[in-house]
Design a protein around this ligand. Structure first.
Ligand code: PFF
Length: 451
């Protein structure tokens, strides 16, 4: 049994927790969660989302980490190793391939949106020094989307900072970055939260987020909640599996999985409690805000509120940091894979992977303007890539991971990896992984494909 990965190892439990929560906490928490919650009726969505995290997210996260720690390689080769050693069908390697393709696809558009956050952070930063104010946020947002050069420039900057970290390796790159960036992220979030409380509208935000109105729940609410649980916890595409490959043997998987899922959920809720009071205080209705919510609604408030501009710099800085630590985890699996395939240096592998993903990202960037009228699956290009990768590949990947960990891997292996659980806890994990998670994911997938 190898006790170390050739790519490096986390130096401590804390390092893994910061890296994995850096992966989980991202645009999904601060950009996607608030608008999904407001578009889907608030409290009822949040409750269903929490149930998805507990019943599906947690067991699959534990499964990914334990598979990674058994294999100690990038997802494709981890699956090759596990199937070879266990005498299982090599077809399960598909899990690794799905993960790899999903990581590439997600990062290609994630980096473009990450670029938006940089662009906005820059626009507001410039205002501190006399730059032109954003008086018509809808027009500013539209102008950004209409400009290929703006989108491509910031997409390139975003990819550069991502590859800069990944090229440095697990300890000197990833671990060092998250140890600095995650505390920074929490600090900014706390500051924004304090501001939210000062508006006197936290009560309204609380009610909006936590008072369930089940009359608003439809099939779509369930789909959105489960999809968001996968996306937010970075599950189904083997990113967490890759991080698990660098986890020292003696660390308790259930404990880190609960911590990471808890932090991710806390940040989503706290981001809601920071953002909604500001919207309410300025009489802005979050419902139906869609993906533009924080780029078009929130800036309306920034112009009028006290310290609005520094607040905006902090807010988009927070979004950028959150997106950055997630994109690192999206670039790591393809990089590790290239290192294993070509026996080449990590630097070279990271740059090659980043270049390919950057080029695919151009499709997203141009889809907002030059190729605006192109439709795939009835969606614009970014929507189509996001649909296939997040809505289809993540749940399919997650389903296969649950089945593999639940039914294919020997009990000896899973029991050994989850040795920190008592017998009841292990049984509960098996029940969720073998039955509950697959059934729920299948229902949602079927509804999505047939609906
Ligand atoms: N979890 C990230 C977010 O919430 O923004 C997105 C993500 C990162 C998804 C990494 C998948 C992944 F592998």
């Amino acid at each position: 049994m190898d006790n170390n990965s050739i790519h490096g190892m986390w130096s401590s439990r804390l390092a893994f927790i910061l890296a994995a929560s850096g992966s989980a906490v991202g645009l999904g928490n601060i950009w996607r969660f608030p608008y999904l919650a407001s578009d889907n009726g608030g409290g009822a969505f949040v409750l269903i989302y929490l149930a998805c995290i507990l019943l599906v997210g947690l067991p699959i996260m534990a499964a990914e980490i334990l598979m990674g720690r058994q294999g100690r390689m990038s997802p494709v080769n981890t699956l090759r190793k596990l199937t070879r050693e266990g005498g299982h069908s090599g077809a399960w390697t598909l899990i690794g391939w799905i993960g790899l393709v999903a990581a590439v696809a997600i990062l290609s558009f994630y980096s473009v949106v990450g670029g938006w956050t940089l662009h906005y952070a820059w626009l507001y930063f410039a205002q501190l020094f006399g730059g032109a104010p954003i008086t018509d946020p809808g027009a500013t947002f539209g102008a950004m989307l209409a400009s290929p050069s703006t989108l491509i420039f910031w997409h390139s900057v975003f990819m550069l900072v991502t590859v800069g970290v990944v090229a440095m390796g697990v300890e000197k790159g990833l671990e060092r970055a998250v140890k600095f960036l995650m505390p920074l992220l929490f600090l900014i979030l706390l500051g924004l939260l304090a501001y939210g409380f000062s508006t006197g509208k936290v009560g309204q935000a609380f009610e909006f987020l936590f008072k369930p109105d089940f009359s608003e729940v439809t099939g779509d609410t369930l789909l959105a909640a489960l999809g968001q649980a996968f996306f937010s916890l970075s599950l189904g595409m083997c990113g967490i599996m890759t991080y698990g490959a660098y986890l020292p043997k003696d660390i308790s998987i259930p404990r880190v999985a609960v911590t990471v899922a808890g932090m991710d959920t806390a940040v989503a809720l706290l981001a809601g409690l920071a953002i909604f009071p500001v919207l309410f205080a300025f009489g802005l209705d979050p419902a139906g805000g869609g993906p533009g919510l924080i780029f078009t609604s929130l800036p309306l408030a920034f112009n009028d509120m006290a310290f609005g501009i520094p607040y905006a710099v902090a807010f988009f800085g927070l979004l950028f940091v959150a997106a950055w630590t997630s994109s690192i985890s999206l670039l790591e699996p393809p990089t590790a894979f290239l290192v294993e395939m070509g026996k080449q240096s990590r630097k070279k592998a990271a740059i090659v992977a980043a270049l390919v993903i950057w080029a695919i990202g151009l499709v997203t960037a141009l889809g907002f303007n030059v190729w605006q009228s192109v439709r795939v699956f009835g969606r614009d290009l970014q929507g189509a890539i996001e649909f296939v990768a997040s809505d289809i590949m993540l749940p399919v990947g997650g389903l296969l991971i649950a089945l593999f960990a639940g039914y294919v891997l020997s009990r000896n292996i899973t029991r050994g990896e989850l040795s920190h659980l008592n017998e009841g806890g292990y049984k509960a994990w098996r029940f969720l992984t073998c039955i509950i998670a697959p059934v729920l994911v299948l229902i949602v997938l079927a509804a999505k494909l047939l609906g």
